[in-house]
Ligand binder design. Structure first.
Ligand SMILES: [Zn+2]
Length: 409
């Protein structure tokens, strides 16, 4: 899907939006891959994640996020939706500036040049039954007033490459009344993101305590529309698939993280048949590559259906181009930024993987021909952030990252 038909632009593609990120989790990628129990699951992984989360302060968060965002830009992501819940000091009390951790992320985005939609997270309870946050979750917690003050203070910084939206952590973490209060207080153009239906256990708890499946409940109670992004939405019934598509909401799929955590497979074929809108996110950052997310989105469906070339149709036979078109459709809706033509990547036309490629084959070759990075240049807002495959501050950012990690671990 070249940006225009001019021959010089054959290798130029619109930048890829990354709809779901928890920046601090980059620091634990590859560190939760040893079996501690034959029943290891999302819930045991979460304990490891909490242990790492407990060690962060604003400086280490800044260093890790800058490394992550530089990696994203080198991979072709030009926008990131940062789903940020690591709000408070390790003991759970607020920092002197309650936005200290949020501002560390804002600085990391500014330093690297990536466009960021910062999504401060409302996180209030430890389960559908309204239980209190566990000690390890206290860093994440806000009441509604505190949350709205944080939201307002961040929103006042909006402009340039920063947008601010709202994230509800999940239905299990946000009581119904609080959800309504926050939604009612948001300006009408605010993007709203939520984790939903990622795990079967969450679906069962929702059925038991709210009398409906998570997506079913959300569609009936939250006024879901095109401002909304439903993250994961893995476990859906037919009515829920149709309901999300009808609402205009975007589903953020994170195939490598969903595979890593053993979540399950999203019903992509049914969702596409319903004309649902979707995009991708790198979430826990065990991979920072739109190529790998898109490839595994397609491969998951191939394994499930035992067919090939699933995310494509007679009007759009190229799987790669169909995938990129889907992602492009999420660029503005889920991020709150306008569609802009000052944000693109240039593939490495000289790479052997592209030898002999016709114009129609370029995107398929990019996505389905291996793991070497094939992004040569990335520009955002008129600035060249990546040249010859390297972020302009790659070395300095990596040095600060190594120092931060040695302190964290
Ligand atoms: Zn997430």
């Amino acid at each position: 899907m070249p940006a225009s038909n001019a021959p010089d632009d054959r290798w130029r593609l619109p930048g890829i939006p990354n709809l779901h990120s928890h920046a601090f989790q980059r620091a634990m990628a590859g560190m939760a891959e040893r079996q501690g129990d034959p029943n290891d699951s999302f819930w045991t992984w979460r304990e490891t994640m909490y242990r790492i989360a407990a060690r962060f302060d604003p400086d280490s968060l800044h260093a890790v996020a800058a490394q992550l965002y530089a990696e994203m830009l080198e991979a072709g992501y030009t926008r990131v939706c940062e789903f940020h819940y690591l709000h408070h000091a390790p003991d759970g009390g607020p920092y002197a500036d309650p936005a200290a951790m949020s501002n560390a992320l804002v600085r990391a985005a500014r330093d690297t040049g990536i466009r960021m939609t910062l999504l401060p997270v409302l996180y209030m309870s430890g389960g559908f039954d309204g239980r209190l946050l566990s000690p390890r979750q206290r860093r994440f917690g806000f009441d509604v007033d505190g949350y709205l003050r944080l939201f307002e203070s961040l929103r006042a910084q909006e402009g340039g490459n920063l947008r601010v939206g709202c994230a509800l952590h999940s239905l299990r973490a946000v009581p119904e009344k609080a959800m309504h209060e926050v939604l009612a207080a948001l300006p009408g153009d605010t993007p709203v993101h939520i984790h939903i239906a990622e795990q079967i256990g969450e679906v069962q708890d929702s059925l038991a305590l709210r009398g409906a499946r998570p997506v079913e409940w959300l569609l009936a109670n939250a006024g879901v529309d095109e401002r909304w992004t439903l993250v994961h939405a893995t476990h859906l019934e037919d009515d829920e698939i149709a309901g999300i598509a009808r609402s205009g909401a975007t589903v953020a799929l994170c195939p490598t993280t969903e595979a890593n955590l053993g979540d399950g497979l999203f019903p992509m074929r049914e969702f596409l048949a319903a004309n649902g809108r979707w995009g991708i996110g790198s979430d826990s950052h065990i991979s920072v590559s739109p190529v790998e997310e898109l490839r595994w989105l397609e491969y998951g469906q191939r394994l499930l259906s035992r067919h090939r070339n699933v995310i494509a149709d007679a009007d759009s036979p190229s799987v790669g181009e169909t995938l990129l078109r889907g992602v492009a459709d999420s660029r503005a809706s889920a991020t709150g930024f306008d569609e802009r033509d000052d944000e693109w990547l240039l593939l490495d036309a000289d790479a052997p993987q592209f030898a002999g490629a016709t114009r129609d084959e370029i995107v398929d070759r990019w996505i389905f021909a291996g793991n070497r990075p094939l992004v040569r240049e990335v520009r955002v807002g008129g600035e060249t952030l990546v040249a010859d495959g390297r972020h302009r501050d790659r070395d300095a950012i990596a040095t600060r990252y190594r120092e931060a990690i040695s302190k964290l671990l």
